[in-house]
Ligand binder design. Sequence first.
Ligand code: ZN
Length: 251
Amino acid sequence: MRTAVISDIHSNLEALTATLDHIDTQNVDRIICLGDILGYGPSPVECVDLVSQRCEWSLMGNHDFGVVYEPTNFNLAAEQAAYWSREQFESPAGNNEVAKHWEYLSQLRVRVSFRDFLCVHGTPRRPINEYLFPEDALNSPVKMQQIFELVDKFCLVGHTHVPGVFTDEPDFYPPDDLDGVYKLRETEKAIINPGSVGQPRDLDPRASYVIIDGDCVRFFRLEYDIDAVVAKIRSVPQLLDWLGERLYEGR
Ligand code: ZN
């Protein structure tokens, strides 16, 4: 069973399309999404449309929650983007497509288990909003211990937009340190972050995702048409220009 894991699309249709096109060449059995389909980017409806069609399921991320319910602890740019995204789903009565997408969003779960994996957007203890940062492996032993206590074996998280693997040493390994592949071990708990499709923050602007095949977790990076997304962001006054500029830098 080969599973592609995507996360943090953030309404970036160009990155999502490039990622799905690549996944289509990889002979996967299913695609799952760890949340944040929405937020920041210019194509919310199109991204929900694709995720709802192509993914077996998606989790609810903090930005999806922010659009559907209320944006909590968002900076101004993110909050403005959330309200603008919400408006895109408010269509004239009778548009079943858009109503269906809104329904899909409001039913997203915050925690799903598959195989030996617990899947959450943030962390197992605060599934929507808590960040698990690479530096926590070094600086926050109590946080790491408490989070790993909630993980039986393996866990998938998104939210930070930084790909890599946390082990219960605790340690953090970016994909480059692993030559792009991590082998799951019976004797070691691991929390895997596939990185972000639509807004990477590890100073590599390429879209990021993983494929899990048996005990093998493989990280992928993909170029996509950033210019096209940035042009769309610039054309929407409610989306601040720097939301586009950061895509070039991957931060
Ligand atoms: Zn995100």
